[in-house]
Design a protein around this ligand. Structure first.
Ligand code: EPZ
Length: 429
């Protein structure tokens, strides 16, 4: 398997263009199942996860065409007919978000058989809220042998759905199903993430009637059919934040372009509090850090607009070399500190107790071989390596490839000493 080698110590200078958002793109791709007309998605990131979902959609009947458009990569998805309503375990197990085809399949054909996704390294991640929402919309849901069997032969019916706590995936799933339901659906205690607003915008271009996305109360007036549309995927806020933290860690000055700084205001405020220079622009932000040491600051992850859990690992990497003790509280996932022992291999001083990590900043990290069990944890090791002495070898690079487009290329264009070493095909552990 491929590895990434990083020699720390180089300052970063230059510009990094941000790609389209992974977590938006995959829900928009699922939305293409709702219509028999083509959905053209522009500003598409080319990632292992989007390729993977493309393959699943093809099995369900979609034609998926990837091409270079005037404004970068685009994907056209066209499902004239659903040829199979089955999303098998082998596929859903590899990418949880595949589960999100369930709602569109029931909405369009009245039936679906989709594997339960199972657990994940960052937490148990049940899908009870997804299933409850679909039941509220009138679907009959049965669970057998690891599969969800869903039926709504006479179509879905609008409903009042009150989520007991905020779930991005369940809110998106309910929206994907309710757009074709008869009557009105109201989602209360809905997630407010920008990716949800993007999904609502795209669905509205397809003829749906969704209002209130981005607030905790979303209203959906069901329509009989949706049409094709063209939609540009929003910039990836997690990639934006990750490169902002990389620049702060390495030092130097990096301008992040083709993105939106308001998506990561909470992170940028914390970075400024720590002593990082931040200038917000129309199309992104410039991150600047001189030679001085940063100050330790505390963070707590929360649903948007709170501090994103998907940036917690990367922020922890920055705090490993800050002056003082940083307390990091993870409130979204119960097991999202797997990067802490790997950061410790680089010399970080971190103790974890339940949902809280205490990071006591050290003067310097030291390169070492490391690996991580999920995407954001892996990139936190890349960030740490940028400021470590000597070489760090990051293993299990396939995690990075799931969610970061041309990571090495973007960093090395700014002066980072980072290179990919092609694997020999042998498993690494
Ligand atoms: C989305 O996951 C993202 N994934 C995650 O990004 C992100 O960390 C998360 O939202 C929070 O922002 C995608 O968009 C593909 P949730 P999701 O439902 O929708 C619990 C990455 O690295 N819960 O908001 O699965 C759940 O276990 C990934 O790109 C239930 O108990 O997150 C968690 O503790 C990782 N029952 C909490 O709610 C349910 O039915 C929030 O999860 C659903 C969720």
């Amino acid at each position: 398997m491929d590895r990434i080698a990083i020699v720390g110590g180089a300052r970063l200078e230059g510009e990094i263009p941000i790609s389209g958002a992974k977590n938006s793109a995959i829900k928009l791709m699922a939305a293409s199942l709702l219509t028999d007309e083509p959905l053209r998605l522009t500003n598409m990131p080319r990632l292992a996860d989007t390729r993977f979902l493309g393959r699943l959609l093809e099995r369900l009947g979609a034609q998926v065409e990837e091409r270079d458009g005037a404004d970068g990569a685009e994907t056209v998805l066209h499902t004239r007919e659903i040829v199979s309503g089955i999303a098998p375990y082998e596929l859903v197990r590899q990418m949880r978000a595949s589960f999100n085809v369930l709602g569109p399949l029931i909405a369009r054909t009245g039936q679906a058989k989709v594997s339960l996704p199972g657990g994940c390294t960052i937490g148990a991640r049940p899908v009870d809220l997804h299933l409850e929402a679909l039941r509220s919309l009138g679907a009959t849901i049965d669970l057998h042998e690891g599969y969800v069997y869903a039926q709504a032969p006479r179509g879905l019916i609008g409903a009042e759905i009150v989520f007991p706590f905020v779930s991005v995936g369940a809110t998106e799933h309910a929206m994907l199903a309710a757009v074709l339901a008869r009557g009105e659906t109201v989602l209360t205690n809905a997630a407010c993430e920008p990716e949800l607003v993007d999904l609502a915008d795209c669905l509205n271009k397809m003829g749906a009637k969704v209002s209130g996305a981005g607030t905790s109360r979303i209203r959906i007036e069901g329509v009989a059919r949706l049409t094709g549309a063209t939609h540009s995927v929003i910039p990836d806020r997690i990639e934006t934040g990750t490169f902002a933290l990389a620049a702060a860690m390495a030092g130097g000055e990096v301008r992040l372009t083709r993105t939106r700084s308001d998506f990561i205001d909470t992170l940028l405020d914390k970075m400024e509090e720590a002593g990082v220079g931040v200038t917000r622009h129309e199309d992104g932000a410039t991150i600047k850090r001189g030679g001085g040491r940063l100050q330790a600051v505390e963070i707590e992850t929360d649903p948007y607009p709170g501090f994103a859990t998907d940036l917690q690992a990367q922020f922890m990497a920055l705090m490993t070399v800050a002056d003082g003790e940083s307390v990091i509280r993870e409130t979204i996932f119960e097991n999202r500190f797997m990067h802490a022992p790997e950061l410790a291999r680089l010399g970080a001083d971190i103790s974890v107790s339940g949902g809280e990590a205490r990071v006591r900043g050290v003067a310097m990290l030291e390169g070492a071989p490391v690996m991580a069990t999920d995407l954001r944890a892996s990139v936190s090791l890349v960030i740490a390596a940028l400021a470590a002495s000597g070489e760090t070898m990051v293993n299990r690079v396939y995690h990075l490839d799931r969610g970061f487009e041309r990571l090495e290329e973007k960093l090395s264009a700014c002066g980072a000493q980072i290179r990919r070493i092609a694997g020999d095909g042998e498993p690494e552990d």
